[in-house]
Write a protein that binds this ligand. Sequence first.
Ligand SMILES: Nc1ncnc2c1ncn2[C@@H]1O[C@H](COP(=O)(O)OP(=O)(O)OP(=O)(O)O)[C@@H](O)[C@H]1O
Ligand SMILES: [Mg+2]
Length: 353
Amino acid sequence: MTRSLALENVSAHYGSTQVLENLSLHVGEGELVSLLGASGCGKTTTLRLVAGFLEPSSGCIRLGDRDLTRLPAHARDIGLVFQTYALFPHLSVMDNVAFGLKQRGMAASSRRAKAAEMIERVGLTGFADRYPANLSGGQRQRVALARALVIDPPLLMFDEPLSNLDAKLRVDMRVEIRRLQRASGATALYVTHDQEEAFSISDRVAIMNAGRIMQLDAPEVLYSRPANAFVADFVGFENMIAMKIVGEGDKAVTVSMAGGATLELDRALYAVPGRDFLFAARAEGMLVARQGQGIPAVLGMRSYLGRAYQYRCQTEAGEIVANGPLSEPFEPGERVVLVPQADQCCLLPGKPA
Ligand SMILES: Nc1ncnc2c1ncn2[C@@H]1O[C@H](COP(=O)(O)OP(=O)(O)OP(=O)(O)O)[C@@H](O)[C@H]1O
Ligand SMILES: [Mg+2]
């Protein structure tokens, strides 16, 4: 049996309010995919549908060749780890971890052995007889992880599992989660609203907005080649400038923007998506210079970033945030040009969001 997860055209409603709209998502066997997005965009709802706590209003959900759509939650064989650990307070660490094995009818001695092995694997050897109340947040989350992994589920799902932990522990635990997930071979769906966490832990990330997936790709692709203005904004392209082609050559195109300034864009460096497009640039993708091929600007406020100076710049195409070298601080009011650095810029179809 393969362990891949597929959601096909899934919609979900709470009462008459639609929260997911024709969502399709495929997670390959052994792959870890994160759902990333602002509060309320539908991440938890997606997990609840897969877990069987909520029924989709349309569409289907499959795990390998099994159709989960109408299967009761307890029959789905999914390991779940939530933000609040949801441990049984009256059970020891051992009994919490062994719980799922007991439910599956495993004999007492074998389930103790299996739970003990999992407790060791999450680094809690020596804590088996403790109760949840006497553990730290990080230790409780390890118990929750052991409890999810011990049943050897084909699918693991995590809903903000680290958000109650401090910053240092969050980083340690996410490495640990990834290591254990890889070792188990389980397919995984991971929910977070922390971009760094999602990018560091995942094979691919789905960026969600208002119940829809805006782009699903490897972190590197999302970061350097966002597919649309929403994702570009999400991954830190501060500047979005509407441009249009006014001249086409073999090697370059000439584009113009509001106010009439023009730029030559080298075809080898830029994939031009159409006549009208958005030029998306990070602040470090717009270099403040005295001269060169760029967008004329008047400098506004300067701030010191440690690795560069950053300027708010007035141009006829609107305000642009641009960086300048530490070796040469410019003064507010100076007339400069903003020179695009192709490796920190990309061209997007369409008009500003
Ligand atoms: N039980 C419910 N009844 C009605 N509306 C709900 C219910 N649960 C969630 N919603 C609504 O559905 C939408 C999606 O909620 P969901 O919990 O999936 O968001 P989320 O992406 O997990 O957000 P967060 O990052 O805050 O956890 C939100 O607008 C929310 O208010
Ligand atoms: Mg949520």
